[in-house]
Design a protein around this ligand. Sequence first.
Ligand code: BGC
Length: 452
Amino acid sequence: MGGKLKVFSVLVSLFAVTAMIASCAGPTPSPTPTVSSPTPTVSSPTPPPPEVNALTVYHWWTSGGEKAAIDALIKVYATKYPDAAIMQTPVTGGAGFTMMGIIKTLVLAGDAPDAFQMHAGYEGKPYFDAGLLDPIDNLWKEEGLEAVIPEVVRHMCQFDGHYYSVPVNIHRVNVVWYNKSLLDKNGIDPTTLTTWDAFFAACDKLKAGGVQYPIQMGEAWTAAHAFEQIMASMGIDFYQDLINGKITSADDPKLSQALEIFKKYLGYVNPDHAALTWDDATKRIITGDGAFNIMGDWANGEFYVAKMTYGEDYGTFAVPGTQGMYGLCIDVFQHPKGVKHPTNSLGWLKVVASKEGQDAFNPIKGSIAARTDADISKYGPYQQSAIADFKAAKYMFPSVVHGSGAPESFKVKLSDIISGFTTDLDVSKAAQALTSYTKEISGEYTIQWSLK
Ligand code: BGC
């Protein structure tokens, strides 16, 4: 693996715990959408009494591709542990923005589910700081995980040198998805779209060719997701400073440049974006209502269920300016203290970390396995190219919007500020808000990242 990424000096932070407790008044507040937000739903089965041999699992995998993927993983668990009743609680709301608030409430009330989805990196930190997670070093040892999980991922599953989670996958976030026939029809060669200028010129061509909104985007967090990739395109030094809490001047030229690019980008975006889920926006690339969508590679799962062929019906390229970079979003599960079914909870972690589990889940999900010994023949052409890119990556960077790179309060604030920006397009206001918030929460930046 070419990319280097290390996590230094994880410090215990009371700020993080306080922030977590404060946010337990209810679900994590959703940034105010500009139109109307897709309504989150929680389809919760009645919790089983503790004496029932059950496994309770919370996750936010509710789109077509995501559901097919989690079903495949659950099938592996059911085969290995046939006596356990599996009680899934899928919570709608992409990127976990809705589910995180629900989980915090449950965990702090001493009612943690046996397993719940989370992201590697910062997202688990408040739970660790509050002493709510059990270390799982033994499980890592017994399952021989250190030998098969890349170093970059291992670091992100640790706090204070101990393992607190197991990864099920590695998603890439800096991906542009495109509708191939629209690009062909308009004479656009996707391999040339390596700069923002070239990308916007292609958008102009598409508009001239009758594609009214060449870029499709969804609700607030997907706008923040796109902006995060634009920030990564400003270079690894800038991104590293961002996640280490060092972009504190509202006049920072790269921050302003990123906002200017995003402003231009929004000029090509569907005006109803705030009312769409991420997968609604991806579907518009599938149907040819739009040409481009910046999204993590869970989008591949939607193309998969729509039976689209990679290279023929759709394709991908790295977000302009991020060639050779691999933006990381890693789904993990952990072992909360005091769960009702600890043996089943550990069994779930073993399945999640296993070759069999990962090779059942990831080929559908769009991610690559977190394990280096995955059976590549089970993965489609998009993922095979992602595996090659991961190995060759010059730099890896942890996603902020997907919980890894920066404190959670920053992630929520970023989404909020960017949501406002999509309507007022005020560069200096957004730069001011982002940098003053970074200063305000300086004590929460307890992980120092080294991305080079
Ligand atoms: C998760 C993915 C999920 C996506 C959309 C990301 O934060 O890591 O597993 O598919 O959100 O909900």
